[in-house]
Design a protein around this ligand. Sequence first.
Ligand code: ADP
Length: 421
Amino acid sequence: MTANAGPATDATAAAQADAPAEATQVLVLNSGSSSVKYQLLDMADSTRLATGLVERIGEETSRVTHAPLATGGAKREREQPIADHEEALRAVTEELTADGLGLDSPKLAAIGHRVVHGGQRFSGPTVIDREVLAEIERLIPVAPLHNPANITGIRTAMGLRPDLPQVAVFDTAFHTTMPEHAARYALDVETADAHRIRRYGFHGTSHAYVSRETAKLLGRDVTDVNVIVLHLGNGASASAVEGGRCVDTSMGLTPLEGLVMGTRSGDIDPAVTFHLRRVAGMSVDEVDELLNKKSGLIGLCGDNDMREIGRRMGEGDRAAQLAFEIYVHRLRKYVGAYTAVLGRVDAVAFTAGVGENSAAVREASMRGLGALGIELDAVRNSVRGSSARLISADTSRVAVAVVPTDEELEIATQTYALVSA
Ligand code: ADP
C-alpha cells in the first residue's frame, strides 16, 4: 500500500526532520480498551526484535507477557496491577529496556498506532498531530468500542515521546477506494450523510498485506491481479481486491456486518433488531450485546474456537455441525458475490487464525465451486505450514492460497515508509 501523507503533510515534514538517519526501528502499538499489544521491528531488514502484550489493564491481576526475540531469550510473564494505559506503556518500556531496546532509544524512528476507524478522510498512514487526533475523536460515534482506546494509546505514547513521529494506520484506509455504489447503503441520503452512515470496512491492513503477498506468490504485479481475500479470525471479513484496490468488503459501518464470526452474527435482516425491541422487550444495549458478543459461532453452539468446533463435530455434535455449516454457507455466498463483483478472479486467499489453520473450513467453503473455476487440491490443503502457499489443483483456473497475515509488519512498513520518505 502506498504511503499517503493524508492531510498532515506539514507534520510529516517536521517528523521527517526529527528522525535521526540511523533510526530504523518502529514500535507498533495496538491499544484496546483493556490491553496493549506491541511489537518492535527493525525496518532495515524487517526483523522483529520484541513482541508482547499487556492485558487486563485496570484490574488487580494485569499481566505483561514479553518475548525478547532479538536476544532469543525466554518469554517473560509477570502479573501486577496496572491501572491505566500510561502504566501499561511504562511496563512495555521496562521490558524493552531490559533487552537493551526501549522507548527512549535513538534507534526508534517512529511509533505506529493501529487505529480502527479513520472514516472517509484517512486513505493512508498519517502522522498524528492535534488536528488528526481531533478527527479520530470525532469518529468515536461510529467506533465507540475501538477509537477511544486507540486515542488513549496515542495520547500516552505522545506524552512519553513527544519528539517522536507517531503515525496512525487505519483499519478502514484500504477500503476508501470502494466505489460509491459499494460503500453507500440504500438509505435516505440526508439521514445517512448527517450521521456518517456508510460502509467503511475493517481489517484493511490485513487485506492490503494479504492481497499484495498473494500477487507475490503468483509471481505477478499486484496491479494485474484480482483477489478475494478471506480474513477469518475471531472477527472475519471478505474483500474483493481489483489490481490492488479494494472494490468491496463485507464489514460495514461497524465490524458487525458480513460473515459469521466468533461472537458476531454478521449479516442479518435489520428488522430482527426491531423485533427484539418490540416483541422480546430488549433494550438497545441488550440487542447490541446479543449481536456483537453472543451470536455467531458462540451463539449457535456455545464455542467460538474453530478447533473446539472441529473436535465436537468429530464426536457427532449436531449444534457444532450446524454452526460450521452456517459459517461456511455465508463464506461461499460472499465468494460467489465477489466473483460477480470482480468479473475475473485470479486468486482466493485465506488468512488469519481460521483461514490459515482450518483445512476443514477451506475445504468445505471451496467444495463444488468448479463452475467458478475453483478446484482445491486435497493434499495441498491438508499440509500445515507457516508460509504463503498454494492449495489449489494445477487444473484450477483460480488459484487458491493460504497467505499468513502480518498486520504488525504492515503497520511498521507503512509507518516507516511515511517517516523515512
Ligand atoms: P483475532 O486476531 O481476530 O482475535 P485470530 O486471527 O488470531 O483472531 O484467529 C483466532 C481464531 O483462529 C480462534 O478463535 C480459532 O477459532 C482459530 N484457530 C486458531 N488455530 C486454529 C486451528 N489450528 N484450527 C482451527 N482454527 C484455529
